[in-house]
Design a protein around this ligand. Structure first.
Ligand code: GLV
Length: 325
């Protein structure tokens, strides 16, 4: 990035892109270049690692932070920060911040709503009938009105709230599992407490997961949970791959306990070509693209956090490292 002409060298706040998968400078460089007073380097271009005070990251390599002894702030380009909090070289002193992007939540909610309709309307039946040019009007005969269908949402941060509100507007009965108590929003029943996930799952005809990944939510979508759900319920998995015990889902699909699944995230990404999910007739696979942050939202979040850090404040978007969100 070119240096803003009027800002003395000592006043420039320097940062580094750290990512093992994406070309972050390509995605965000143009938006960040307009920010006077901030300079971001690729690791190989950093002139003095001791001057680096912040990093913009996505899935950084395990040793990514080691070269920078003075990093104070780590801005993740997404809503989920699990991959960074687990990074062994993340220094204790570094504050981790994430993106709160209403647009990302709206895209996510539309995607979740589409899958709710997919399962509610049994769209797989129509696609199968179309293959044989069959005009089969029997699916509608078993249709339950949305008010009699319960959609559970696991997680009630920005993503969960936006999904729950959207699905409630479509007429479904919506339950949301949240860690903390709070007022129920319009048309949404909020369930809190240690067994909120189990309580919500036990009533859900369609269960949408957008929990953050933490030690207590790891493997939470498992055989026990599926057994508590209404027979034939559907799972919409938009959280993190490590929430789901994949073999347990395959067994629940094969037994009919789970009637269908929409999966956007996986324990191993990209999903290996020989994974049974790809060809399972009851599974819809998408490649971790349920939603996306915009370069502008990321840049705005980064600039705000860096300026707050520079002013000696705890950034507004800082995550609590003990809860993991
Ligand atoms: C995407 O996976 C995100 O965490 O925003």
């Amino acid at each position: 990035m070119s240096r803003p002409a009027l800002i003395p060298e000592d006043d420039v706040i320097e940062g580094v892109y750290l990512c093992s998968q994406l070309d972050l400078p390509d995605l965000f460089g143009a938006a960040i270049e307009d920010q006077p007073g901030l300079r971001l380097y690729r690791p190989e271009d950093v002139p003095d690692p001791s001057r680096i005070r912040f990093a913009l990251v996505w899935r950084p390599a395990p040793d990514a932070f080691e070269a920078y002894p003075n990093i104070e702030l780590v801005q993740v380009i997404a809503a989920g920060v699990d991959g960074v909090l687990r990074n062994p070289s993340l220094p204790d002193r570094a504050v981790v911040t994430r993106v709160h992007d209403d647009e990302q939540a709206a895209i996510m909610a539309g995607f979740a709503a589409w899958h709710v309709v997919w399962h509610h309307r049994q769209m797989g039946n129509y696609l199968a009938a179309q293959k044989d040019a069959t005009w089969d009007r029997t699916t509608i005969k078993t249709l339950r009105p949305p008010s009699q269908v319960t959609v559970g949402v696991l997680g009630y941060g920005l993503m969960g709230r936006t999904i729950a509100t959207t699905v409630a507007t479509m007429g479904f009965r919506v339950l949301a599992a949240t860690r903390t108590d709070g007022p129920s929003d319009d048309g949404i029943t909020r369930v809190s407490g240690d067994d909120a996930v189990q309580q919500v799952a036990a009533q859900s005809d369609i269960l949408i997961n957008v929990l953050p990944l933490t030690p207590s939510t790891h493997d939470i979508l498992n055989a026990d949970l599926f057994a508590q759900m209404p027979k034939g319920a559907a799972l919409v998995q938009l959280g993190r791959g490590q929430h789901l015990v994949e073999d347990d889902l395959l067994a629940a699909l094969d037994s009919g306990q789970i009637g269908g699944a929409s999966l956007d995230v996986f324990r191993s990404e990209p999903l290996p070509a020989d994974h049974p999910f790809w060809t399972h007739p009851l599974v819809v696979v998408t490649p971790h693209e349920a939603s996306v942050t915009s370069p502008k939202a990321v840049t705005d979040a980064l600039v705000r956090s860096v300026l707050e850090m520079d002013a000696g404040q705890r950034p507004t978007a800082a995550v609590d490292k003990t809860t993991g969100y």
